[in-house]
Design a protein around this ligand. Structure first.
Ligand code: NAD
Length: 437
């Protein structure tokens, strides 16, 4: 099939190369000429396990091409996937202005009957709105359908290639058949392709993300209560996780969720709910709990040092909003670094993949350390913000001898408090009593 993906960021690039890899001819359209040039050379613009190999192989096979030329990209395709960002506006609602411009330009350019697939996360009713927007501009029929994306950064290629389910939102049987054919190679494990009405499909994506975000805020809420009561939240997690109605996925206490999806989607659905005259209370609370959780570690650091942070130095391990990605959008680490800098402290940051992105945000305000142990040199304490695997069993003796004093603020509960106490560390974590070495 001939496909165009519009927007070659996390979703568009993964979608494009994975569809090319099953034999489709795919064009990736982006407005960023630098991104298009780098991707065309086989240089991946994001870190995502397995993605570079797929990109290079499909460029070489001639099945994946990139362009900034909208007309060329539109004329190529029978099916066009919109994978453009939908960032939050000040009131929490989704900003659809980039999508609006793109679909209007696409409508003017179509030279045959075309299926327009909304893969971006968009509020309920967007499909209908786009349909009305494009109809007067297009000389050929455009069928607008919804196909939300559920990939997770860090495992995006695998998630796309082996989805738990594919959701197609359309009442058009022909378009549904085309989409089923396109996804057939990815659901050979008998995972379902579910066809629902377009508005329901739009809601599926928000409901899924909001539920996952709710689980995180829930366990953080429980963690904070546990801490006050002197209980270890990990023991509580185990005790509830074996209940099949609950399960233990997505129940890790920490310093809150980040990334480009959960924070904006929770706020966007709350906004949609209010606009529709429904109650957005639960989602507002999920968001508020998360915002508070993002400040928790910085508050803890301030209270440990009695608010005297000026002149202190902190090593920060982990910047990305989660491991195996270089994405720092809405990452809790950013909030913590800002707060430390504002209090007059210095920060030495380490992360296996996201230092380049961090440098774009903070310039020369920080020291950037390619090696995690290098970040400890001359630091008063270690602060852990992302649970990269390589931080899980570190050389504690080396940490202890590099730090001015053996203090760790762990936002991801990587270590056993009793063990760290035996090693002589003062160790703060989330939802577990602090130990003093
Ligand atoms: P992104 O910011 O990584 O990529 C968006 C891309 O679109 C950029 O490369 C940008 O240059 C390009 N672009 C913007 N306007 C354009 C235009 N008019 N024409 C062509 N290209 C244009 O965003 P993303 O993380 O891939 O997210 C895209 C959408 O998918 C969002 O709605 C998001 O909520 C949703 N989503 C994201 C994820 C995720 O994990 N990142 C997962 C599921 C769904």
């Amino acid at each position: 099939m001939k496909i165009t993906v519009v927007g070659t960021g996390y979703v568009g690039l993964v979608t494009g190369v994975c569809l090319a890899d099953t034999g489709n001819h795919v064009v990736g359209l982006d407005i960023d000429p630098d991104k298009v040039a780098r991707l065309s050379r086989g240089e991946c613009t994001i870190f995502e396990p397995g993605l570079t190999d797929l990109l290079v192989a499909n460029l070489a096979a001639g099945r994946f091409k990139l362009t900034t030329n909208l007309v060329e990209a539109v004329h190529h395709a029978d099916v066009i996937f919109i994978c453009i960002g939908t960032p939050p506006k000040a009131d929490g609602s989704a900003d659809l202005s980039h999508i609006e411009k793109a679909v209007q330009d696409i409508a003017r350019a179509v030279n045959k009957k075309t299926i327009l697939v909304m893969k971006s996360t968009v509020p309920v009713g967007t499909g209908q709105w786009v349909e009305k927007l494009v109809a007067p501009l297009a000389r050929h029929p455009i069928t607008v359908i919804s196909n939300p994306e559920f990939l997770k950064e860090g495992t995006a290629v695998n998630d796309f290639q082996k989805p738990d389910r594919v959701v197609i939102g359309t009442e058009d049987e022909d378009a549904a058949a085309v989409m089923k054919q396109l996804y057939q190679p990815f659901v050979r494990n008998n995972h379902p392709v579910i066809v629902v009405r377009r508005a329901a499909s739009e809601m599926v994506k928000y409901a899924a993300n909001c539920y996952l975000a709710t689980r995180i805020s829930f366990i953080n809420h429980i963690a904070n209560i546990c801490e006050k009561l002197g209980i270890d939240v990990n023991e509580v997690r185990q005790g509830i996780g074996y209940d099949v109605r609950i399960g233990s996925h997505f129940m890790y206490p920490g310093i809150g969720y980040g990334g480009s999806c959960f924070p904006k989607d929770v706020q966007a659905l709350a906004h949609v709910a209010r606009e529709a005259g429904a109650d957005g209370e639960l989602l507002e609370l999920v968001h508020a709990i998360n915002e508070k959780q993002k400040s928790l570690l910085a508050d803890r650091i301030r209270s440990h040092y009695g608010d005297k942070l000026a002149g202190k130095t902190f090593a920060v391990w982990g910047i990305a909003f989660k491991p195996r990605t270089d994405d720092i959008r809405e990452a809790p680490a950013l909030r913590i670094i800002e707060s430390l800098l504002a209090a007059g402290a210095k920060v030495r940051a380490a992360d296996p993949k996201s230092l380049d992105n961090l440098r774009k945000e903070f310039g020369d305000q920080l020291a950037y350390c390619g090696d995690a142990y290098d970040a400890l040199t001359g630091a008063d304490a270690l602060v852990i913000c992302t649970e990269w695997n390589e931080y899980r069993t570190p050389d504690f003796e080396r940490i202890k001898s590099s730090l001015k004093s053996p203090v760790i603020f762990d936002g991801r509960n990587l270590y056993d408090p009793a063990y760290l106490k035996r090693l002589g560390f003062t160790y703060y974590s989330i939802g577990r009593p602090a130990v003093k070495g």
